[in-house]
Design a protein. Sequence first.
Length: 502
Amino acid sequence: MQMNTLAPYKRFVCGLTTACLLFSMLPISIGSAYTAAHAESLATFPTGISAVISSTLNKPTAKQPTTAAELLKYEAQQAHQAARCAWPALDKLWPGLQFQSRIMLLTNGEQTYEITTEGYKLVDPSHPGLPLDLYFDHQYEKLEWNGKQASAIFVDKDKPLQERFEPHTSTPSSFMTTTHEMFHFYDQPSWPLEDGTQYGSRSSIYPAESKPRIQRAMLFQSLYKAYSEPQASDKYLGHAAYWHEQYKQDNATEYKSSIYFDIIEGTATYVEKMADVYGAFKRSATTEQIRTYLSKQYADVIKTEFVTFDSESYILGSLSALLLDAMHKDWKHSATKGHNPIELLLNGITPLPQPVDEQIKSDIEATIGKLNAERAISLEPLKKGLDDKQIPLLLIPREIKRGVFSTRGFITLKGYEQGSVIMNMTTKFTTNTGDLELTERSMLRKYTTVETQEGDYLITPLPEGEYVRAGDTLTFKQNGLKGTVKVKAVKYDGREAFIVLP
């Protein structure tokens, strides 16, 4: 199963929801009674759906949810409130979207809620769609549920209330992520991309370089000022055009890869942000309300955390989309045709040179230096083993059954650009002979041809002492490898190698 985790841009948002914000979002009892303000919604709730209407502006009550069941129920309630307002508004904002007909499933592994624009309900444990194949916090998956498009997300049952909500908002982060991923799952697959766009690889080069990160951080600073200070937007957009051109000229290969993520992740984050806005303002908001509300969120972006181009895309692409909206540009159709929001925004704007912010420069250089030092601990032994043709390799084919996995990121290792490294991978493979467990072990993923098989492999060197061989069986007990599997000995790239058998 593919590992899906919290969208990377969220790493750049500082802090947790404040206590005062949370205390304004209080649970109300489930029942059939409604306030007069919401009487118009009564007829829309189908039988079996708990019709709970609440406001994030409710006054505090004495009791906050504390048990796993109470926390999940409250989060489902708040997710429904967000969906009720936001999803119909998104369908109007971007023609062709169909969020109103979709279903969100929220689970903690013990209970699961079905959430729609019409209400929410606890799913019967005997439902044939349960249990969901989800195991860790903010893991999600695409699925069909009762014949409709759906997305499920897992929340840790012990996760504190304040950690379930985004900073500067009363919207559950599970709802934000679900909306983001639904846009990926159901709305973007048909989009073409501009000629020259390189698909798919999120890998960043090791050792990392600071120059492109500084250029993209300066681009963000210029875009943010153009958005938050509209009276001076012409100047700041000129600066943005300058830094974007510098980035394109100095980093041609990375730039081609970044286009894909600027489009795909930038627009999905824009949709997510607008869902938050529509939830907060009950379906509609003025340009100025949107600007004020979202400026606070982008203000929390830490520019020294600009360490990979794909993570930057969430921020830069969405902020460019918001600027296009603020300038009343008709851009969404162009985006669906594969055009980058950053390029659409800056097209025709004369670059205005600007000196680099020395504080940003020094901070990012320090961050990249520290990052390279940390990565070296894992990557240098891997590279040394890959370079030494006397050391055999373990090849794990794609078809070997694997559980969910965690990683610290994807890296392109110099000298092995035809593949990518999955940093500090943790997972478990299952074969007929036994399980093979990986714990914090970096693996090279590479598509290649060997004499006996073509396939997509996870590759790791096997220095002497890391394994015991008994005929066609290998046993591992150290350095992040544990288990016993059957293998087939082959020659791979002129060296000894072992392919794990199913």
